[in-house]
Design a protein around this ligand. Structure first.
Ligand code: LIP
Length: 274
């Protein structure tokens, strides 16, 4: 039996993701958005709009692909029978969304047999979007402008001139550990940036706006679409397994960069204590 075509899944992701971004723009009031509840800590917030949009995304995906499973950030998981599961983050960058900082995204990924086949991320405010289909490539578009994403130029000055994006988890202990590791990292790189949406950080990296990225504590829905977009753009995305051996990116660690920087950057990340 052949599996679903990555491009077909990407088509569904684009259609549903764009409609979800429109819905978020329609629902968002001016000013700050009320917090409906909290999750892992008192700063890990959920709004009613997160939940409404996740329900909308689930319904729209199931209209096209009724046998798929859905794993969402906010709602209950939905079992399927097709072997394809969708990882849904209705609003990645929820704190930015609450404050009205224009850096939040819908992130959708279709996964089968442990492999991400398609990924789509849209910045809800700017409309900039990124997509990737496994084995086919990655692209970025904004309005009429559309470009294929490819390997970044190697940094002539190496890691010392690398601009590194990162993020901090909501759990105070992990956040403190991340802050210590970032303090170790700072003297070895050009600078760091923290914009508040892991999905958009990975897409920015794939677009050449950063040289590297590191974060801990990400969930599959934060990570899956952006990681595929990076990989299909020719970047290396990695993590550490439970024994501290380099492996797939996971909640424990996500690090990404161009092939040219990867060995040196990943060794530095580990040495800094992430
Ligand atoms: C958030 C990320 C952010 C990261 C946070 C959190 P949410 O997702 O995208 O960059 O640093 O730990 O996971 O909660 O806004 O969907």
């Amino acid at each position: 039996m052949t599996g679903p075509a990555p491009l077909e899944l990407l088509g569904v992701a684009v259609k549903v993701g764009v409609a979800a971004a429109e819905l978020i723009n329609d629902l968002r009031p001016t000013g700050r958005v009320d917090v409906a509840s909290t999750k892992s800590s008192s700063t890990d917030v959920v709004t009613e709009i997160d939940t409404t949009v996740e329900d909308f995304i689930r319904r729209r995906i199931l209209e096209d692909r009724p046998a798929d499973a859905i794993v969402g950030e906010e709602g209950e998981d939905w079992a399927g029978s097709s072997g394809v599961a969708w990882l849904v983050d209705p609003i990645d960058g929820t704190v930015n969304f609450v404050y009205g900082i224009p850096q939040y995204a819908v992130s959708l990924a279709a996964v089968a047999d442990g492999e991400t086949l398609a990924g789509f991320v849209i910045n809800v405010v700017s409309g900039e979007r990124w997509g990737a289909a496994r084995g086919v490539g990655a692209w970025r578009s904004l309005g009429a402008e559309r470009m294929q994403l490819g390997q970044a130029e190697p940094l002539a000055e190496g890691l010392a001139h690398a601009l590194v994006a990162t993020g901090f988890n909501y759990l105070p202990d992990l956040r403190a550990r991340q802050a210590r590791a970032v303090a170790e990292l700072m003297p070895h790189v050009r600078d760091i940036r923290r914009f508040g949406s892991a999905a958009l950080d990975l897409c920015a990296l794939a677009s050449g706006r950063f040289d590297a990225y590191v974060e801990q504590g990400l969930q599959p829905w934060d990570l899956a679409a952006g990681a595929l977009i990076c990989r299909e753009a020719g970047l290396v995305v990695s993590g550490l397994d439970a024994d501290g051996v380099m492996g797939e990116p996971s909640e424990r660690l996500v690090m990404a960069s161009s092939k040219a920087l990867a060995e040196e950057f990943f060794a530095l990340v580990v040495a800094c204590g992430f």
